[in-house]
Write a protein that binds this ligand. Structure first.
Ligand SMILES: [Zn+2]
Ligand SMILES: [Zn+2]
Length: 290
């Protein structure tokens, strides 16, 4: 089975506040872990493949558990898929404690080694924060091969989104189970949408950009994001079991996001697709035996 844990689900900038307590306020960070055995204790038994997609501010919450295990002892081996280099997907890295422990090995995967390395290394300047001088982990950079490659035990394929400055979708396959991550994508270009639907076909879970309401999207064409309705329609085309709407606008409070969730579920009513609204702390298991 594959376990997906959402540590940050906002886009653009963090959104703390009393009106956002249910969905949370951290920016994009998703942990994906695979287990060979579907056992009750699996949640705490993280020895199988593990990947982290994007390093938004949600990484700050995730690192707590990591520092009490191998990463705290300098024996951690971490793998990050980076969809693109906008702040909301990177801002957790300069505050990520395992980076400052000698012996840890951290590998980043992105569209090209050049862009990836330049974007990450630029964050580690003491101009921005003094601790950057004590960066101690070994960092490595790899280009994602679109046709597929093994990353930390997952078979990973990628496709291009429609987004200013580019962004990538990822499909993570583990045995018969697959999870697809497509955020920072604007629905509307037929070729790009078709390629993403193909990437997601047969997957059990698809995480999609749903930053806007249709009215907001109307005024934000070309920004590289979609409405919750457009995202749900895309998920229905691929026929995935579960669509998770993600990359919430900072201005959308709990009330608004609950309403968007109800709209999306109504649209998917009668289909075999279930729609969930991502929230910080949400865990979804794919392929767990009932
Ligand atoms: Zn974003
Ligand atoms: Zn972006």
């Amino acid at each position: 089975m594959i376990r997906v844990k959402f540590w940050g689900t906002r886009g653009s900038i963090t959104a703390p506040g009393r009106a956002n307590i249910h969905f949370g306020g951290h920016t994009a960070c998703v942990e994906v872990t695979a287990f060979d055995v579907d056992e009750p204790g699996a949640a705490t038994h993280i020895s199988g493949p593990r990947l982290i997609i994007d390093g938004g501010s949600g990484l700050a919450t995730l690192q707590g558990a990591m520092m009490t295990s191998a990463c705290g002892r300098g024996q951690g081996e971490l793998h990050f898929l980076v969809s693109h280099y906008h702040w909301d997907h990177l801002i957790g890295f300069p505050f990520f404690s395992p980076m400052f422990v000698a012996g840890n090995q951290i590998t980043f995967y992105g569209d090209t080694v050049e862009r990836l390395q330049a974007s990450i290394e630029r964050l580690f300047s003491s101009t921005y924060a003094p601790q950057m001088e004590s960066l101690a982990a070994r960092l490595d950079y790899k280009t994602i091969e679109a046709e597929g490659m093994n990353v930390a035990g997952f078979q990973v394929r990628a496709a291009q989104n429609r987004h200013p400055g580019k962004a990538m979708s990822f499909r993570l396959q583990y045995g018969p189970h697959a999870v697809v991550y497509s955020t920072d994508h604007e629905v509307g270009d037929p070729d790009t949408d078709r390629a993403l639907v193909e990437l997601a076909r047969g997957a059990q879970l698809w995480i999609l950009d749903s930053m806007f309401t249709p009215a907001e999207w109307e005024k934000s064409q070309g920004w590289g994001h979609s409405s919750h309705i457009a995202a749900t329609e895309l998920a229905l085309q691929a026929g995935v079991e579960t669509a998770v709407l993600f990359h919430h606008a900072p201005a959308h409070d709990d009330e608004m996001l609950f309403q968007m969730g109800r709209d999306a579920m109504t649209l998917a009513g009668g289909s075999s697709t279930t729609v969930l609204m991502a929230r910080d702390g949400l865990v979804v298991d794919v392929g767990r035996q009932k």
